[in-house]
Ligand binder design. Structure first.
Ligand SMILES: [Zn+2]
Length: 155
C-alpha cells in the first residue's frame, strides 16, 4: 500500500519532453562536479522554474535541485504557491524536498529514477500535499545512468 496518489494515466510524450529538459539541468550539475540532479517547474506548458543541485558550490545541504526550482518558479510567478504546476525532477525527491513541495501545494510531481535510500516514498508517511499527484519512472534509465557515471568517476 502506498500513501501516495500515483497517477495512472499516460501523459507520456509531454512528460518525456520535460524530463529531457530536467536532464539538461542535471548535466549542468555534472559539469560543476555536483551530484547530477536537475529539476524544472512547468505551468500551463511554460517553464517557470529550473534548478540543479548546488550543494558544493553553496556549501549548503539544502541547495537541492528541487529547492532551486521551487524558488525560481515562485520568483517567476510572484507568489509562493505552485498550484497548477508540475515539478519534473530526475531523481525521486528526498524528504526535505517532498516537505517543501507540500508548502508549495504543487499539483504534480514527476520523477525519473527511484532513490531507494534517501527518497521520500519509502519513508512511510505522507509528506506530499493531499492534492499532489505523483508519477515516477519517466526516463528512469537515463536519470539513473547520470548518477552512476558521477559516482563511478569518484571512486
Ligand atoms: Zn532534496
Amino acid at each position: 500500500m502506498s500513501f501516495y496518489n500515483f497517477e495512472d494515466t499516460d501523459s507520456g510524450e509531454q512528460d518525456i519532453h520535460y524530463m529531457k529538459l530536467a536532464l539538461e539541468e542535471a548535466k549542468k550539475a555534472l559539469a560543476e562536479d555536483e551530484i547530477p540532479i536537475g529539476a524544472i517547474v512547468v505551468s500551463k506548458n511554460r517553464i517557470i522554474g529550473r534548478g540543479y543541485n548546488l550543494t558544493e558550490r553553496f556549501n549548503d545541504v539544502t541547495a537541492h535541485a528541487e529547492m532551486q526550482a521551487f524558488t525560481s518558479a515562485t520568483q517567476t510567478i510572484g507568489g509562493k504557491y505552485l498550484k497548477d504546476c508540475t515539478l519534473y525532477v530526475t531523481i525521486e525527491p528526498c524528504v526535505m524536498c517532498a516537505g517543501a513541495s507540500y508548502w508549495t501545494q504543487i499539483s504534480r510531481i514527476v520523477y525519473g529514477a527511484r532513490e531507494e535510500k534517501r527518497g521520500f516514498i519509502s519513508k512511510g508517511s505522507n509528506l506530499l500535499h493531499p492534492k499532489t499527484v505523483l508519477k515516477g519512472g519517466v526516463m528512469a534509465e537515463e536519470c539513473a545512468a547520470m548518477m552512476k557515471s558521477f559516482f563511478a568517476k569518484r571512486r
